[in-house]
Design a protein around this ligand. Structure first.
Ligand code: MTE
Length: 329
């Protein structure tokens, strides 16, 4: 985000993955493969399992049931899959918007485990396949607003992070959650570059992490996440700027200290810990008052007004009651 990027990078390396809207909607009706699966049934012996679990193959349908969580869907038209999977920020794979789609094929997503650590009763290494079955998968259609001034509407598939947090039982002393993402020099060509201190780390306050809108996502557009979008699992926090939503998570740590996040360490004046979407508080280099919706790029396309908390104020506003949001940006 520190580097000015081109706007033309919409190339997609896997044409077979492109799902036209109509086809995708039909699939949503037809395919209910893993949705509604063994919610909560997998916990016995969970932490004891190792990395034998195999990742579902690419192209696996994950279509989830429609979510009942308030704010979990929007009537806005989803961004084309081609744009959502071809115009990305994933600095481990390059700084240009088209780099992740071109380079992320080297990411090895199986086997995959997530380490749960810190102030928690049930720490351990949790296999991806068990995480997938922990709770019923839901479809959530969220706006994603990037601090750079563009936005998309993406149908994600996952469940509330709160489901996982409840199962692993954080201690009463846990006040924050730290999210650490994969940093593997062998498969991620830009890990080691000076743009950030690696790994990419993000954090949330415990009440933010427990909010039902905070999503642990395994898929989008009814299928497993493409690698460039953060396979095999990522966070999506829709009322915060996109960079709070860490991709390719490998560690979730419960702590009593506010986590030092990668962007805050790199440029503290530009990226605060909270990073709530707020049209009244500008980034030092970019106004946050309006945004460009990807896919509406014509010469005369109008910028949209950015909404407080990205339009999720009714759901999350009370988390910040009484806080000075200019100070806690
Ligand atoms: N996660 C990791 N590990 N590395 C990154 O560079 N970029 C963030 C976020 N998560 C990033 C990341 C930023 S700046 C944005 S806007 C979103 O991912 C983009 O998600 P998308 O490409 O799926 O739209």
């Amino acid at each position: 985000m520190l580097i000015k990027t081109r706007d033309d990078g919409l190339a997609h390396p896997f044409p077979s993955e492109i799902t036209p809207q109509g086809v995708y909607q039909d699939r949503r009706q037809l395919l209910r493969l893993m949705a509604g699966g063994a919610a909560g049934a997998m916990l016995a012996g969970w932490a004891a399992r190792d990395a034998r679990a195999q990742m579902p193959a690419r192209g696996t349908r994950l279509v989830g049931q429609t979510s009942a969580v308030s704010g979990a869907t929007t009537p806005e038209k989803p961004t084309d899959f081609k744009d959502a999977s071809g115009y990305n920020n994933f600095y481990e794979f390059g700084l240009d918007k088209s780099d992740p789609a071109r380079n992320a094929h080297t990411l090895k997503t199986a086997p995959w485990t997530v380490s749960i650590e810190g102030l928690v009763k049930k720490p351990g290494n949790y296999a991806l396949e068990d995480l997938l079955k922990l709770s019923a998968l839901e479809e959530r259609i969220y706006r994603l607003r990037c601090v750079e001034g563009w936005s998309m509407v993406i149908p994600w598939v996952g469940y509330s992070l709160a489901e996982l947090i409840r199962k692993v039982e954080p201690l009463g002393t846990a006040k924050y959650v730290e999210f650490v993402t994969l940093a593997d020099r062998k498969t991620m060509p830009y890990v080691g570059s000076s743009v950030l201190d690696w790994p990419y780390v993000e954090g949330l306050r415990m009440d933010e992490a427990m909010h039902p809108l905070t999503l642990l996502a395994f898929g989008m557009y009814g299928e497993m996440l493409p690698k460039q979008n953060g396979a095999p699992l990522r966070l999506v926090v829709p009322w915060k700027y996109g960079f709070k939503s860490g991709k390719s998570l490998v560690k979730i740590r419960f702590t009593d200290q506010q986590p030092a996040t990668a962007w805050n360490l790199a440029a503290p004046r530009e990226y605060g810990f909270y990073s709530n979407v707020n049209p009244q508080v500008d980034h030092p280099r970019w106004s946050q008052a309006t945004e460009r919706r990807i896919g509406e790029d014509g010469l005369f396309a109008k910028r949209r007004k950015t909404l407080m908390f990205n339009g999720y104020e009714a759901q999350v506003g009370q988390l910040y009651a009484g806080m000075d949001l200019k100070k806690y940006y």
